[in-house]
Ligand binder design. Structure first.
Ligand SMILES: [Zn+2]
Length: 376
């Protein structure tokens, strides 16, 4: 899998139902094949466990269970490695490499990612981005998407004959043969799941589907690449300049907008605050809209929905984080958890009292505590 970088076009209403049915069938076929391959992998492990003297004194079922679990992750690892190698070959930078629960940042230095807690609905993913504008081409992107399934097919095809050749040898070779057969089947399952074009239930395209979507489409903008990187908690100051400069510019614009917004709220000029957001878009604007809903219009549900649709803020974007906290205070108070809301507000007030650079914040805190009192 690859991390998402583009959105599907909305289909016309008339075709929606047929398309949904087709999508469900199209999703079921590769899954059925992969499940069958999974069974074959388990059978190979069962056969090995039953025939092996190593299983003596060990519950064979446990051996099979551990074996099946242990061989699925190498198959995913090989698949993601295929994406990463393809990215390297076309000159893109690999920012994140994830297998199972382990999410690694590779740049500027290898470390476990702060985005590790982010949910991802696939066994693993690789997040690459072009180093320069000239490299930002669709064919490179497509090659990277193809690298995963290609590696899975290659691993399955290379390991299978080797496993057959080992079978019938000494005890240890038989165990190895069973493990390699199971790995080959797992890798083939991985290949089928990603090379058969379909979208998951969330609408996220798999590798083959994202290649098809790239045909004739324009390359992602530097801001789109930047947003994908920030979504996984990467700091814009490390971005390559062709992405970093427009991102820094956008953050600067958002910060200026947010400062004007806070000033307008502090002066009780809600109309001006609303005017500022006219026609604007992005996470910064979303958090300001959430604030307006939750704290000004007493629409906790509306505010909550807008907060839920938020991506990740760039590291250290304090204004956004504070507005989000204030919206949360109102939402939590509206749900009846007044004590929790009051605690959050107190913590935020303490944090703000240490920072004298933004005098308007005290007015927003006062407004929030007045609101808390009134709903007591
Ligand atoms: Zn993939």
């Amino acid at each position: 899998m690859r991390a998402p970088s583009s959105h599907a076009k909305l289909p016309g209403m008339g075709a929606v139902r047929t398309k949904a049915a087709w999508r469900a069938v199209n999703r079921a076929i590769p899954r059925a094949i992969a499940t069958l391959l999974g069974f074959l992998a388990v059978i190979a492990l069962v056969k090995t466990a039953v025939e092996s003297q190593w299983a003596d004194g060990w519950p064979a079922a446990l051996l099979v269970f551990v074996g099946a679990f242990a061989l699925w992750w190498p198959a995913i690892f090989i698949h993601e490695l295929g994406h990463a190698i393809a990215a390297h070959l076309v000159g893109w930078r690999v920012w994140i490499f994830c297998v199972g629960p382990f999410v690694f940042e590779l740049h500027p230095r290898l470390r476990l990612s702060r985005g590790a807690l982010l949910e991802h609905d696939v066994g693993g993913f690789v997040l690459p981005a072009p180093k320069t504008a000239a490299q930002n081409t669709q064919w490179r992107d497509a090659v990277i998407s193809a690298g995963g399934p290609a590696a899975s097919f290659a691993a399955a095809a290379l390991v299978y004959p080797y496993a057959l050749a080992l079978d019938g040898g000494a005890e240890i070779e038989q165990v190895l043969a069973g493990a390699l057969l199971a790995f080959s089947a797992s890798s083939l399952a991985c290949a089928v799941l990603t090379a058969w074009p379909h979208a998951g239930k969330t609408g996220r395209p798999n590798d083959a589907a994202s290649i098809l979507r790239k045909i004739g489409a324009r390359p992602a903008s530097p801001l789109t690449h930047g947003a994908a990187l920030m979504h996984y908690g990467l700091d814009p100051k490390h971005f390559d300049p062709w992405i970093g400069a427009p991102v820094a510019n956008a953050i600067h614009q958002q910060t200026t907008l947010a400062e004007q917004f806070v000033e307008a709220i502090a002066q009780d000029d809600v109309a001006r605050a609303q005017d500022l957001l006219q026609g604007a878009a992005g996470d910064a604007v979303q958090v300001m809209r959430a604030y307006l809903d939750a704290c000004i219009a007493n629409d906790a549900a509306g505010g909550e929905a807008k907060l839920a649709a938020l991506g990740a803020f760039p590291a250290g974007w304090i204004i956004g984080a504070r507005l989000r906290q204030l919206a949360l205070v109102a939402i939590i108070a509206a749900s009846g958890e007044r004590d929790d809301a009051a605690k959050r507000l107190t913590r935020l007030a303490q944090d703000i009292s240490r920072d004298s650079t933004h005098p308007h914040w005290n007015a927003l805190i006062d407004r929030a505590s007045a609101q808390l009192q009134s709903c007591a």
